[in-house]
Design a protein around this ligand. Structure first.
Ligand code: SER
Length: 317
């Protein structure tokens, strides 16, 4: 039987686009999508779909064995803003799902694991500009704590059990197909929907809050690039810094205004400001560029054009 790929958390913002891309490359029948519920019907209909609880080891193991799965992408997680409301639930979901998948690889039931980390592993004591791969990491959100600990587990399973786990620290991901949920960087998506539908956006961050960001196509490309790299080229087995663009809400609003001149924005920072303030402004991802040849494609302008075009506003280039 041909080996299959399983995506856990396939209905989410990144999981859904990764599923579409992998289905296009490997054949829809060879990519099993799964989530805790059928929250994205278009995705559910695009190929095999299973209801799976990422916290349930036996359920995942059963699906893996019945379908001859050799690779898992673990995309289920509680993000930064929701995690601050439910700290213990975030810890429980983010950690138990990772250990479940790592243990399947340790038992040689699967061969390869992708697990995303995040810029949230960094904290207020981290150098903010061009944040290095190896630096001070004192995250202050529970989400960041789970990502930092998760990175340690990944490296530990690689060193001690030879588990082929690969990971990147995603910046904020901007996309139009599936809405994100519960993140601090979500403003950079919300702003497009509101600009098009209402001509106005109330931003929950201040105008000068610079954060590292990336367009979805680049994020999916990075994910497949690291998964397709030779094992010997993946030299960092905790997680790689990854970067594309960095901008502030004010800079993004100015770019949108070039195409929607009447667009207005107000700034009303809430509890998410403190989270954003604890994260880097920009990231040094030279290790990923060197080790597995990472390159991004989209800059602020091309990303903005694509978002406005896809969400319904003709782009002027
Ligand atoms: N986009 C995530 C968040 O804002 C960061 O990884 O929580």
């Amino acid at each position: 039987m041909i080996s299959k790929t399983l995506i856990i958390g396939a209905c989410g913002q990144i999981g859904s686009e990764l599923t579409y891309k992998l289905r296009a490359e490997l054949g829809a029948e060879n990519v099993i999508a799964s989530d805790i519920k059928e929250s994205n019907l278009e995705l559910v209909k695009s190929g095999p779909f299973k209801i799976l609880d990422a916290k349930n080891y036996e359920q995942i193991k059963d699906c893996v064995e019945k379908n001859n799965v050799d690779t898992i992408y673990l995309m289920a997680a509680m993000l930064s803003a929701t995690g601050e409301k439910f700290p213990e639930k975030a810890w429980d979901l983010n950690m138990s799902s990772l250990l479940n998948v790592l243990n399947l690889a340790k038992e040689n039931i699967i061969d390869k694991v992708f697990w995303p980390s995040s810029i949230a592993v960094f904290g207020p004591t981290t150098p903010k500009t061009d944040t290095p791969q190896r630096t001070i990491m004192e995250p202050t959100t529970v989400y960041g704590i789970t990502k930092q600990v998760g990175e340690r587990w990944c490296e530990y399973y690689f060193n001690n059990y030879g588990v082929d786990v690969r990971s990147i620290r995603y910046p904020g991901i901007i996309s139009w197909k599936t809405l994100p949920g519960g993140g601090t960087t979500d403003y950079a998506i919300d702003i497009f929907h509101k600009a098009i539908n209402e001509g106005h956006y109330d931003c929950f961050l201040t105008e000068d809050t610079a954060l590292p960001m990336m367009f979805m196509e680049d994020a999916v490309k990075a994910t497949l690039d690291i998964m397709n790299a030779e094992a010997s080229d993946v030299k960092i087995r905790s997680s790689y810094n990854l970067a594309a663009i960095s901008f502030t809400p004010k800079e993004l609003a100015a770019e949108i205004k070039k195409q929607i001149p009447d667009f207005t924005i107000d700034y009303e920072p809430d509890f998410r400001q403190k989270i954003a303030d604890s994260w880097p402004n920009s990231i040094d991802d030279s290790a990923a560029r060197q080790d597995w040849n990472w390159k991004h494609v989209f800059d602020l302008q091309t990303m903005t054009n694509e978002m406005l075009q896809q969400l319904g506003k003709p782009a002027i280039s």
